[in-house]
Each structure stands twice: as structure tokens, then as C-alpha cells.
Design a protein. Structure first.
Length: 146
């Protein structure tokens, strides 16, 4: 008997918690006027807010910190042996790759979605616009000799 009552109370508690959490987020989102303000609040809530720089730290202190850090790394690796390298075999074969022709390169580039991010060296729309000029350089059939 107590077990059923206990389970019922836990179920009620969880439903109330879910309802309150959803209500909190709905209210929080509705109260914010801009996405930036909302993100600032979320960052603050989860502890990702930016920490203000301490006025006690000077540029010289900042530089000294990094100079000391580099010196410590160098001191800790002074006794380390030199790195060793091994030569790769003269004949290396990439069996998982296959060559592509000019038409396939052009087709693949044109099928790309028009999306990119800041780290992309070239926006997708520009790559598509310059496909005729770039495809011969991307084409592997003209460069691979068997």
C-alpha cells in the first residue's frame, strides 16, 4: 500500500518538475527581447559567462606569465631525447581511393549544398561559380600516372 502511494507521489513530483521547468523556459524566452540577451542569460545560468579581466594584471604580468610558462616547458624537456622518424616506404598505394574525371568533379561540386562556415577557406557559392576554372586542378585522372 505504501509502495503504490510512494510511486504515485514520485510520479506527481516528476510531472510538476517537468511542468515548472517548461514554464520557466517559456517565460524566460518570452521575456528576452533579442537572441543575444537570451544567450547571455543562458550562459549565465549554465556558468559560461565571461569573466571580467582583473585590473590587478598588467601587460607586463601577462607577458611574464607566458615567458615563464615557455621557460618551464623548455626546462622540463631539456633532457628529452631527440624525436625519431622513420621513412615511409618508397611505394605507397592507396587502395581505398579511386581517381575521378573532370565530369565527376564538376558534378560533385555542383551538388554541394550552399552552406559554409567561417573556417571554410572558400565559400561554397564561390567554389560553384569557379568550378570550370578549378575542376581541372582537382581532377585526379590528369595527375595520377599508373
Amino acid at each position: 500500500m505504501y509502495k503504490k502511494q510512494w510511486q504515485s507521489e514520485i510520479r506527481s513530483y516528476r510531472q510538476l518538475t517537468r511542468r515548472k521547468r517548461a514554464e520557466f523556459w517559456r517565460t524566460s524566452i518570452d521575456e528576452h527581447k533579442s537572441p543575444q540577451h537570451l544567450w547571455r542569460s543562458i550562459d549565465k545560468l549554465v556558468g559560461r559567462e565571461k569573466q571580467a579581466a582583473s585590473p590587478d594584471i598588467t601587460a607586463s604580468d601577462f607577458q611574464k606569465y607566458f615567458v615563464d610558462k615557455i621557460a618551464a616547458v623548455r626546462a622540463s624537456t631539456d633532457d628529452a631525447s631527440d624525436p625519431t622518424f622513420r621513412l615511409s616506404p618508397e611505394v605507397t598505394e592507396l587502395k581505398a581511393l579511386r581517381s575521378v574525371d573532370l565530369d565527376e568533379v564538376t558534378s560533385l561540386i555542383s551538388s554541394l549544398p550552399n552552406k559554409q562556415c567561417r573556417s571554410d577557406p572558400l565559400p561554397t557559392w564561390l567554389l560553384k561559380e569557379c568550378t570550370a576554372e578549378l575542376a581541372p586542378f582537382i581532377n585526379t585522372k590528369s595527375r595520377i600516372s599508373y
